[in-house]
Design a protein around this ligand. Sequence first.
Ligand code: GAL
Length: 420
Amino acid sequence: MFRIKSLALAVVMCLALAGGAFAATSYSGRLEIFSWWAGDEGPALDALVKLYKQKYPKVEVVNATVTGGSGVNARAVLKTRMLGGDPPDSFQVHAGQELIGTWVVADRMEDLTPVYKSEGWNAKFPKGLIDLLTYKNGIWSVPVNIHRSNVMWFNPAKLKTWGVTPPKTLEELFTTCATLKGKGVEAPIVVGEAWTQTHLWESVALATLGPADWANLWNGKLKFTDPKAMKIWENFGKVMECANKDAASLSWQQATDRIVDGTSAFNIMGDWAAGYMSTTRKLKPNTDFGWAPSPGTGGSFMMLSDSFGLPKGAPDREQALDWLKLLGSKEGQDAFNPLKGSIPARTDADMSKYNAYLQSAAADWKANQIVGSLAHGAVAPEAFGSQFGTVMEIYLNSKNAKAAANAAQAIANQVRLGSR
Ligand code: GAL
């Protein structure tokens, strides 16, 4: 009896193995994925591609990247390709308005609801995140992670030498900035090229308004010209007085380097900086680098999520669907996120694979008030985000809060902010 059973089992196993081998070798073709995760930003994506290649060794993966933090260059290239009828098979896009307001309303994406059903994802991703990916009953992309925008990074040993602690409020930041300048630190805060300034701005805005009014700014209930919102510019101006003068020439990685080498004391940047410091620069969280919520934003988690979608007309649709399934799987998320410096979007990940920074971010993600990022596509459509750079320029050139507020409100009206 036992022998018959084990024989049957062996036959079943052989068939399964043969089936698997057959599937793995017969399935070929091509897959082109498009993102801005080039160079320093590449290791996490490479880990995912490696997994995909293990599963589908005969598929040729074209990893098309366009360098430039926060997708400043990639989005322009993507637009040209999409409008020119040459979509990649799958592309990186931020969850929220960047996805919905640009590609979904233009009817350029496939509805992925069937994939969410077949993979059981409605029970695996937080509801709030699925809401961000939903429009008119469709779910339009697959989230690979959750990043936090409002983080302040520092070098614990340097802070000790300077005799300062991480400021918890904007007022404390201004005092600490004066103390550090008194000790010869020319630029207590380091900031980089234009988009990193918008990134800094959103943390200052959250600190100034609090989470409820930050949300009101994007749902149209609070005008940029409201005195409460005008105060953001005053605070932002003071923060920029603590910053380096060569910002325009620095990438976000170079700005992070200045914290590590102790040229500046603080940098407000998303937690891809943690990925860069731990994965690329091999630094240890808590020892070589420290973090805190950006001043005045403790208790709030300003989130953004990188996701991938399936454009209509993708040349390699089947391969792209398998890519998306991998992205959304526990295995995929746990391969990608520990290297990326982000926490998994799934709720069932294996947190033992994540470092001290990521464990603390995961705890805050559960306990904090969640708000969306402007600089990374969650709360406003791209039409607003791309023009906001001009508002920043107006302010930085004139230091005129009223002019900046008026310009921001004009763009908000033009793109009908909050109308979705
Ligand atoms: C963000 C993106 C992150 C990271 C960062 C810097 O917009 O969501 O994953 O790539 O830009 O480029």
